[in-house]
Design a protein around this ligand. Structure first.
Ligand SMILES: Cc1cc2nc3c(=O)[nH]c(=O)nc-3n(C[C@H](O)[C@H](O)[C@H](O)COP(=O)(O)OP(=O)(O)OC[C@H]3O[C@@H](n4cnc5c(N)ncnc54)[C@H](O)[C@@H]3O)c2cc1C
Length: 286
């Protein structure tokens, strides 16, 4: 389908981009276009102006420091895949990104676009919530930092104001000995997940500590599953603990019942994927 008519601007600075958003109430930022262009083609949005972010300098860097991993809003999926440092600096992120779409899409889709689009089945927003990431947004009133759990307010909904642009996602530092796994189920490789589980824990005195378990695809809210985390915290990761944690995860979520899958199927997927992820995390050499 042909796109609706719109004006196009490619500002050279962040300030100029924000000015354009302030001046045009129905303008939308354009990053990789891998979600926005299909949205326009389906006539789900008809902005008067697209503000292309590609010429704004400084948004495409991946930084590693004692503060963690900073991903600029214009960092693409293929940039994350190509950055060998991330295999050790944040293996959960590096692994999850390989599940996103297909290479042509991964060569254009960006961190900022995915975070702002806030699809509950998308890998990066799920990793952001699971890892307690922070998102920096800049608007007419300056910059603010938002915890991922407060940023995503519902399916495809965020706490961003119209004039605010995501500039960076920051993941906390990742200890080398951490146990982790990402598991998802999609009908075909590259499709959005019907359900996915991202998890990690640290081992202290032989038991799991600091357990983080997040779900994508199977729930209307991007969330950590506190009930499942509580089952595993303080326990040895053995077969009984894995089963009970997986059952707690499945019981705690409120899965969508829609054309893609019935709620009961998604709930069963969450139990299976949680158990699979915990087994994989426990079996990895630390
Ligand atoms: C066939 C197909 C399969 C896909 N499969 C997956 C998948 O399995 N997993 C997955 O996660 N994604 C998937 N995607 C989506 C893809 O990852 C997108 O690239 C991503 O969701 C959006 O990134 P983008 O840079 O393309 O953003 P755009 O499409 O340019 O923008 C998306 C939205 O974010 C807004 N926006 C963009 N940048 C900013 C910013 N810096 N600040 C504020 N708002 C901003 C735009 O206005 C728009 O509303 C798929 C896409 C396609 C076409």
């Amino acid at each position: 389908m042909k796109l609706p008519a719109f004006d196009y601007a490619a500002p050279q600075t962040l300030a100029e981009a924000i000015e354009l958003l302030v001046a045009n109430e129905d303008a939308l930022p354009l990053s990789g276009g891998q979600s926005l262009i299909p949205i326009l083609a389906f006539r789900l949005a008809a902005p008067s102006l697209l503000v292309d972010l590609r010429r704004i300098p400084g948004l495409d860097t991946i930084t590693l420091s004692e503060r963690g991993i900073g991903l600029g809003a214009r960092v693409r999926w293929c940039d994350i895949e190509a950055d060998q440092r991330l295999a050790t600096a944040h293996p959960l992120l590096a692994d999850a990104v390989t599940y996103i779409a297909h290479y042509p899409i991964r060569s254009r889709g960006t961190v900022g676009g995915s975070i702002a689009h806030a699809d509950t089945a998308a890998e990066l927003p799920g990793i952001a919530v699971t890892c307690d990431a922070e998102i920096t947004a800049v608007g007419r009133n300056g910059a603010r930092t938002i915890a991922a759990k407060d940023f995503f307010t519902g399916p495809m909904m965020t706490s961003l104001a119209h004039d605010e642009l995501v500039t960076e996602l920051r993941l906390p530092p990742w200890p080398a000995a951490r146990c982790w796994a990402f598991e998802e189920f999609a009908r075909q490789h590259g499709a959005f997940a019907l359900a996915g589980i991202a998890l990690y824990y640290d081992v202290r005195d032989g038991v799991a500590a600091n357990v983080h378990i997040g779900v994508i695809g199977a729930s209307a809210q991007l969330q950590r599953i506190a009930e499942a985390e509580a089952v595993l915290n303080g326990r040895a990761v053995d077969d009984a603990a894995i089963l009970q944690t997986a059952q707690a995860a499945a019981a705690a979520i409120d899965p969508a019942d829609d054309i893609d899958a019935p709620a009961a199927y998604r709930r069963a997927l969450v139990e299976t994927l949680t158990a699979r992820a915990l087994k994989r995390a426990a079996s990895r050499p630390r």
